[in-house]
Structure formats: structure tokens, C-alpha cells
Design a protein around this ligand. Structure first.
Ligand SMILES: [Zn+2]
Length: 577
């Protein structure tokens, strides 16, 4: 685990303008920097970076975050990866808090060994007509082969002797390229195979996939898990596809490397493949950071169906409202490679456009298993649907699916939610009687929130009795809690990073966008104090008029309260002037 204090420290040391400029040029515009947004297509720049507050905000598509968030979103890296990358860029090492997850230490030369092997395999391909013929027969151009770094491992036991300085080096076994047999005998893992380098999002080779040319088993052979290569985290082709995924706002997930390469050959450059594993939640999360639509394209056969269902199960907790997940099943005799070669790009893309939405696929499978005409069938539907639907955290998606399942089972939504012990989101909250609360006007909250984004530590000055409903009030309360826990002084960037991915993120994001347009001369302390006074005054006045409405019916304690309020109001008025 990376200690929280380190994240704050890292954000303090980085300059978001430098970080973003490693990926795209920024132009100064007033107090801020701007560029055409890398996350959506636009002609005039609405992507804005605040150097003083160290965050970015796009007024076109709403993308927002800190330097860490930018690197994650731009490269598809995970949080830890992005933090490591940024720490490295300013020469800092990431400290590790004790955790029970084993930490791999990667010797830097493992990457070099992989690079040497890649170069060697590529040279061998050029020298091997049989391998070139094979790729040509599959319709692959030299250009695409070069783009994916495709090579060939000759039919020998110790090919890599020619590629590396010391074949006996232990790190060669660590990379998975060489297998240490009995009596110290060593031999290459990959022999007589077409070699597909597996590249991480930084462009480093971390593993290989090898395919036999003719018959032979296994047809596909992957590198084992190594300190460089974690199968559940990596996707074949993501490095090459990133740009196209962003441009099309769509990614296709296929089963094999040949599918990825064949699709790229036919102009579908936004395809990636899992590497001999099911699609993991991590994969889905990584892809949803890059685009709005994932289409899983699996073979129509039994294993393909199974892979699709696993993908669905693992995707459910990652779903986000407004993003679309689709499933495309090709005719049984086809995979994406053969399909696009036979029917062409347009037909394939047409199939993608018409893929089955996740909700449709989920309901189709759930109802296929049961007989809805019987009570037993409807009860089984409810039972089977429960673990799947309760795994969904995207509120709208979850709600709509629950409604549909309830209707199919012939129960009401409320009955279904009671059965599954779900707290209904739609139910009105009537906890405390309304007059006991001092309702803060929402316009006021909005201004408070903006001030807090400018200067989070102001939350320490919030009165305890500022009660209000709504998302803004909840976000302000969460911020106050967070500050309460962290004793150090804090920054806007640390706050944004902390609330990234939480329920409150959208509310803060709106406020961040508004703050972007404030000038530097803005007196945030005065604005904040003034707004608190104004809200307090409104609360006092409303409580007073409620008491006054009682007139002679006021009892002694109410009279005392009224006098107290009148005194407070007098003071508030003098403070204001
Ligand atoms: Zn944008």
C-alpha cells in the first residue's frame, strides 16, 4: 500500500503543467493553461489546467482530476502504476506500507532482456521464409507485423544464446523466456513459433505469446506470470490501440492476438485481447477509463459463450451509468479474424454497432434458464438474479434492471428490494421533522462548495449545525470529515485525489469547473465567511418568524429562544456592515 501522506507529498512536488506537457502542448490563457482536450474531439480548446490549484478540467466533456488522474486517464495506467511513474519522473521512490500483498521487485535489466529477445525474434522472422509465408497467408502486411513487433522463434533449444550476453543468467529464467530443467540444463520456452510481444502501457515488452505455425500443441503458448507480467492486469494490443480507442470512444475485446492483429490489418485499430485469462474487473476498469463503450466479441461456440458470461460477471461491479457494454457473438464457425477477412470491415463494424447490450444479455440468460410460467420458475429467477444485480453499483443501471426483473417475476419493485434487503434509492427520506432542521439554501451551499475547492481547510470553520439535504451538503460533510482525520494542511489537489471515484466526485467536479473561471484576486476567505453569515442570518430569520407566527401562544422557553435569536440577528447585521 502506498501511504496516503506520500500521495499528498507527491502532488505537492509535481507541477501538473509539466506533467501534462509530457503528453500534449499547453497554451497559457489568463491564469490558466488550455489545450484541445485529449479525451474528446474538439476544434477549440476547452481543456483547462489550473497551475495554482494543480488540477485540470474539461468544459467540453467534463474530464477532470489531478496530475495522477491525468496520467491514469491518458495512458490507461492503474493508480499505483501512475503514482510510480510520476514519482520516478521526479526521482522519488514510492515508499511501501506493510501489506500482505507480496511486492514484486523488478530488476531493471529484465526489461532489457525482453527487449533483446524481441529484437532477436524480429530478425529471425526476416530470415525465415516459412514464417513470412505463414503471416502472408493470414493476410498480414509487413507494416502491421512491424507495428505489433511480431517475430519468430526458430526451431532450436537455445536460440536466445545468440540474443543475450549470458544464457546462464538467473534473470533469464525470471523473465520466463528460458526454462531451467534438471541438472542445470536450460532451454528456450518458445521454439518454432510466431512471436507476439506483449507490451505494457508504457511500451515495454513484458511477455510473449507464441503461436505454432502448423499443427502442434499447444496452439498458443504465453509467457508465465513473472515480476513483469501479471495476466489479469494486461491486455494484448492496448499500447497500440490506445489512440484509436480514445478517438472512437470504443474498444473491442477479443479472445486472441491473431484477432487483434487481423482487425488492425482491416482498419479496426481499437481491439485488445485478454491473455489466456477471463476478462477481469481490473481489465474492465482500465478500459472504461479510456472510453465509453466496450464490446466483448467472442466466438459463438461453447467456450466463447462461457468467456462472455465470465466477462459479464466481472464487469457488473465496474459498470458506470452512461457507459455502454455490449456483447457480440459471431456465427459459430467464425472468430473475428476469419469474420473480417470474409465479410470486411464495414460488416464487422455494423455487427459491433448492433451488439447485444449488457442488460439485454443478462436478462436473456437469466430467463433462458427458468420457466416464467410457473411460480417455481419465477422464484428461481429472483434467486439467480440477486447476486448479479446486487453486484451493480451504478445507480441507474441497477435500478432499471431491478425494475425489469421484478416485472418478469411478477412482483413489485418494492417487494423485490425488500426480499433482497436493498435500501430503496427512490424512497423519500423522512428522518427528522423538517422544522427541526435549518435548511441551508442550495445556492449558498454551492458557493461554499466552490470556496472549499479553492481552500479545503476552510471546512474546519464550518458550524456544526449546518444541516441540509442534497448532494452538495453531503459532499461538504464528507470533506469536513476527511479534514478532521488528516491533521496536516491540505491542498485542492490532495482533496480532488481523495474524492476521486467516490460518490461525491461529480459534485466536486462541478465546483472545480466553476472555480477554474475565478480570478486570482478573488478573496476566498471573505467570500466564505460572508456566505456563512448570510446563511446563518437566513436560518435565524426563518426560525424567528416561525416563533412569531405563534404570537401569544408562545410559551416561556419559546419566548426566551426568540429573544436569543433577536440578539444574534442584531450581531450578524453589525458584522455584515
Ligand atoms: Zn474533453
Amino acid at each position: 500500500m502506498i501511504p496516503k501522506s506520500f500521495i499528498q507529498d507527491l502532488l505537492n512536488r509535481l507541477d501538473i503543467v509539466d506533467v501534462i506537457e509530457r503528453y500534449l502542448p499547453l497554451k497559457k490563457a489568463g491564469a490558466n493553461y488550455v489545450a484541445c482536450c485529449p479525451f474528446h474531439t474538439e476544434k477549440s480548446p476547452s481543456f483547462t489546467v489550473s497551475q495554482t490549484k494543480q488540477f485540470y478540467h474539461c468544459f467540453g466533456c467534463g474530464a477532470h482530476g489531478t496530475a495522477i488522474g491525468f496520467v491514469m486517464e491518458h495512458t490507461g495506467m492503474g493508480f499505483v502504476e501512475a503514482v510510480e511513474e510520476l514519482a520516478k519522473s521526479i526521482g522519488v521512490t514510492v515508499p511501501q506500507e506493510a501489506s500482505n500483498i507480496p511486492q514484486h521487485k523488478v530488476a531493471p535489466d529484465l526489461y532489457d532482456l525482453m527487449q533483446s529477445a524481441t529484437r532477436y525474434y524480429r530478425e529471425q522472422l526476416k530470415k525465415t521464409p516459412r514464417a513470412i509465408d505463414y503471416l502472408k497467408r493470414r493476410g498480414m502486411s509487413g507494416e502491421v507485423a512491424a507495428r505489433f513487433g511480431i517475430g519468430y522463434a526458430p526451431d532450436d533449444w537455445q536460440n536466445l544464446k545468440d540474443a543475450v550476453p549470458n544464457y546462464q543468467d538467473a534473470s533469464l529464467v525470471e523473465t520466463g523466456l528460458v526454462i531451467a530443467g534438471e541438472e542445470g540444463k536450460r532451454y528456450d520456452r518458445f521454439r518454432d513459433r510466431i512471436m507476439f510481444p506483449i507490451v505494457n502501457v508504457r511500451g515495454q515488452v513484458i511477455g510473449f505469446g507464441g503461436r505454432v505455425l502448423d499443427k502442434g500443441e499447444p496452439k498458443y503458448l504465453n509467457s508465465p506470470e513473472t515480476p513483469l507480467f501479471e495476466k489479469g492486469h494486461e491486455l494484448y494490443g492496448l499500447f497500440q490501440a490506445q489512440k484509436a480507442i480514445r478517438a472512437h470512444q470504443r474498444v473491442v475485446v477479443v479472445e486472441g492476438y491473431m484477432d487483434v492483429v487481423a482487425l488492425a490489418q482491416h482498419g479496426v485499430e481499437y481491439a485488445v485481447a485478454t491473455l489466456g485469462t477471463a476478462t477481469t474487473p481490473y481489465h474492465v476498469q482500465k478500459l472504461l477509463r479510456l472510453c465509453d463503450q466496450i464490446v466483448f466479441c467472442f466466438d459463438g461456440d461453447k467456450p466463447g459463450q462461457k468467456a462472455a458470461w465470465r466477462a459479464l460477471e466481472n464487469a457488473l461491479p465496474q459498470l458506470q451509468d452512461g457507459k455502454r457494454l455490449g456483447f457480440l457473438f459471431l456465427p459459430e464457425e467464425h472468430d473475428p479474424d476469419t469474420y473480417i477477412r470474409e465479410f470486411g470491415t464495414e460488416a464487422f463494424e455494423h455487427e459491433l454497432d448492433n451488439s447485444l447490450a449488457l442488460s439485454g444479455y443478462l436478462l436473456r440468460e437469466l430467463t433462458a434458464e427458468v420457466d416464467l410460467g410457473t411460480q417455481e420458475g419465477r422464484s428461481a429467477l429472483l434467486k439467480n438474479a440477486q447476486p448479479l444485480l446486487t453486484a451493480i453499483t451504478a445507480p441507474t443501471t441497477a435500478l432499471l434492471l431491478r425494475k425489469e426483473v421484478a416485472a418478469l417475476a411478477g412482483v413489485t419493485q418494492a417487494e423485490l428490494e425488500a426480499l433482497w434487503a436493498i435500501k430503496s434509492i427512490a424512497a423519500p427520506q423522512r428522518a427528522a421533522p423538517p422544522k427541526a432542521r435549518r435548511a441551508a439554501p442550495s445556492g449558498g451551499l454551492r458557493i461554499l462548495l466552490r470556496c472549499l475547492v479553492m481552500k479545503p481547510e476552510l471546512a474546519r470553520e464550518l458550524p456544526n449545525d449546518l444541516h441540509s439535504d442534497g448532494a452538495e451538503a453531503a459532499a461538504i460533510a464528507a470533506l469536513a470529515d476527511w479534514l478532521h482525520e488528516s491533521a496536516d494542511e491540505t491542498t485542492t489537489a490532495a482533496m480532488i485525489q481523495h474524492f476521486q471515484g467516490t460518490l461525491h466526485e461529480p459534485v466536486f467536479a462541478t465546483a472545480q469547473g466553476e472555480v477554474m473561471q475565478w480570478g486570482e484576486e478573488f478573496d476566498v476567505d471573505a467570500e466564505f465567511a460572508g456566505m456563512l453569515r448570510k446563511m446563518r442570518r437566513e436560518a435565524v430569520e426563518s426560525e424567528m418568524s416561525a416563533l412569531q407566527a405563534k404570537g401569544l401562544a408562545m410559551d416561556a422557553s419559546e419566548r426566551a429562544r426568540h429573544d436569543e435569536l433577536r440578539e444574534e440577528l442584531k450581531q450578524l447585521k453589525t458584522q455584515a456592515s
